[in-house]
Design a protein around this ligand. Structure first.
Ligand code: DC
Length: 224
């Protein structure tokens, strides 16, 4: 029997990674792992504890100390628990979004979360989505994808998502927030957002989620 595939999906904010990764996981019967949710959970915990997001030592200690669970829900989505509390909605707040890149820059936080992510994928059968999955977390993945889209399209997708959650953001605010986040995520020293050299690049600007899923599933089939 073929070993269950391990699929890595990276890319900037709003490229469509979460939607597509969830759909691919459902289609192929794999576990979906949203690593951004883990960085968001650490950020929420840090904000609640009053930890300065520039204090790397305190962030690393916090990351090592908290329990983060990603529990698959019926509809293919994932519920996120922080020390047993459902924080699925709380980790998507504008405040967490504003601070998450600073937290994700801390080397000690990355080390801890990367270790957990590697162990989640150890048995195979996962679709993992983030910024450093193909490069750092799963360098030996069955297939790697890098999703991109034009900046205004990515901003609009995030804007729609925020409005859908009831946050009254303007398109301009969302655009400048994701631009700043991508800048920090791409320029950090540890695990920056880069396109893995062996990744299949998909520009999703004019693609529907279904089309992106088809492209990924076809490529995974070829790679196995
Ligand atoms: O995918 P997202 O927007 O929920 O990710 C939130 C932040 O987490 C993003 O700005 C960068 C960080 N992140 C990371 O540094 N490494 C990952 N593997 C996933 C997310």
């Amino acid at each position: 029997m073929l070993r269950k595939p391990v699929i890595a999906i990276d890319g900037p904010a709003g490229a469509g990674k979460s939607t597509v990764a969830r759909m691919v996981a459902r289609r192929l019967g794999l576990l979906y792992v949203d690593t951004g949710a883990m960085y968001r959970a650490v950020t929420l915990a840090a904000l609640r504890a009053g930890i300065d997001v520039e204090d790397e030592g305190a962030l690393a200690a916090l990351a090592a100390d908290i329990r983060i669970e990603l529990v698959p829900a019926e509809d293919g989505a994932v519920r996120v628990y922080l020390d047993g509390e459902d924080v699925t909605a709380a980790i998507r707040s504008p405040e967490v979004s504003r601070h998450v890149s600073a937290v994700a820059r801390a080397a000690g936080v990355r080390e801890e979360l990367v270790r957990r992510q590697k162990s989640m994928a150890a048995a195979g059968g996962v679709v993992m989505e983030g910024r450093d999955i193909g490069t750092v977390v799963l360098p030996g993945a069955t297939a790697k994808f890098f999703l991109t889209a034009r900046e205004d399209v990515r901003a609009y997708r995030r804007y729609r998502e925020m409005r859908g959650r009831g946050y009254p953001a303007t398109l301009e605010e969302v655009c400048s927030e994701i631009r700043e986040r991508d800048r920090i995520d791409s320029s950090r020293e540890v695990g920056p957002l880069v396109c893995p050299p062996d990744a299949f690049i998909l520009d999703t600007t004019a693609m529907t989620p279904e089309e992106v899923v088809e492209a990924i599933v076809a490529r995974v089939g070829e790679a196995r």
